[in-house]
Ligand binder design. Structure first.
Ligand SMILES: *Cc1c(COP(=O)(O)O)cnc(C)c1O
Ligand code: SF4
Length: 350
């Protein structure tokens, strides 16, 4: 296979990293935004930027900095206490059988609502050294059967760096499955080359969870990228974040979930936005998520319905939340409300 400089690298190198370089068509106060990007990095590659149709639309809000990132004080730097549960830098071991392993500091676009915005884009997030230590921790802990690679975006590593990490993990007999959490099929689908799909396909069982937040992100390019990964035999899931004024309406989430299934991506989680500092303008009320779940369940294919989850402040982990369907529970029967709001009495045994 050829190893010429691939087109995705050229696209990425044309990213806008300073508000003053935003094209004239994007309405924004460039001087004010400069203060924001002095604290939190900005990167918008031309592919993702082209999805913006107008000021304040759901794509604009996800990628263009907002003064509220620095003017509003609520939230905490590390809401999930990932650093507190971290035996070695860049690795979080919170649940008994699996770890979260940060292997890249960079993303194809820096999402303004990112819960790791305190460190994303900084070299200290994942280094050659921290990756080596992380691998060695996993090697020494045989209870770890599931390794979740994240960052930053693991798919921004070179093919060679990525295969090296995957190869090291695959030779550990206790590591049963590997997962990759990535936004690249959404924000830079050109990265999913036939060569990359072929490489990833060699490390099965490998699962990829993609992060799509809005139906407008499901373009022809994103669709080809996902189909290519699915054709390589990799099951695809989606982790969506519920964001105020981006996607917090039942018709948007429902359209997104339905579209995901057409590109062979199975909805996995719908997250309540984390209380990360600098993101408070994205937090929807909790009822919004519950109402959206009620609007999905039963109204559309069960495959469209993700788990709605809150990742508890301080490192409690993910907790699934459901609208209330059980009206009454007795010894011999329960009364439940169905999706359409009708109640039924159903027999149960003790
Ligand atoms: C989300 C997460 C996982 C994976 O959780 P699943 O519910 O298995 O997808 C593992 N470790 C950490 C620290 C996490 O935040
Ligand atoms: S792709 Fe993920 S890690 Fe990167 S900025 Fe967006 S939310 Fe954060």
């Amino acid at each position: 296979m050829k190893s010429e400089n691939p087109p995705w690298r050229a696209i990425l190198s044309q990213s806008i990293i300073s508000p003053k370089d935003l094209p004239a068509s994007i309405e924004a106060d460039r001087d004010l935004l400069q203060e924001v990007t002095a604290r939190y990095p900005m990167r918008i590659n031309p592919y993702y930027l082209a999805l913006v149709k107008r000021k304040g639309d759901p794509i604009y809000r996800q990628c263009i900095p907002d003064i509220r990132e620095i003017s509003e004080a609520s939230g905490v730097e590390d809401p999930l206490n990932e650093e507190g549960d971290s035996p070695v830098p860049g690795l979080t071991h919170r649940y008994p059988d699996r770890v979260l392993f940060l292997v890249s500091s960079r993303c194809a676009m820096y999402c303004r609502f990112c819960n790791r915005k305190r460190k994303v884009g900084r070299d200290s997030m994942a280094s050659r050294e921290s990756i080596r230590e992380g691998l060695s921790y996993i090697r020494g802990h045989r209870e770890i059967r599931d390794v979740l690679l994240s960052g930053g975006d693991p798919l921004l590593l070179s093919n060679r760096e990525l295969s090296s990490i995957l190869t090291d993990l695959r030779v550990m007999p206790h590591v049963e499955i590997i997962r990759i959490g990535t936004r690249v099929p959404c924000t830079l689908p050109q990265r999913i080359t036939p060569q990359l799909a072929h490489i990833l396909g060699r490390f099965k069982p490998l699962y990829i969870n993609i992060h799509f937040n809005h139906p407008d992100e499901i373009t022809e390019e994103a669709s080809s990228a996902c189909n290519r990964l699915a054709d390589a035999g990799i099951p695809l899931g989606c982790q969506t974040v519920l964001l105020r004024d981006v996607n917090d309406r039942p018709e948007i989430i429902s359209a997104l979930m339905q579209k995901l299934l057409t590109i062979r991506v199975r909805p996995y989680y719908l997250f309540q936005a984390d209380p990360a500092k600098g993101t408070s303008h994205f937090w929807p009320p909790l009822d919004r998520g519950l109402d959206i779940m009620a609007a999905l369940q039963g109204h559309t294919s069960g495959l469209c319905v993700p788990h709605f989850a809150v990742d508890l402040l301080g490192g409690g982990g993910k907790v699934p939340l459901l609208p209330e369907y059980m009206v009454e529970r007795g010894r011999h029967s329960l009364v439940a409300r169905n999706y359409a709001g009708k109640t039924y009495r159903h027999p149960v045994s003790d």
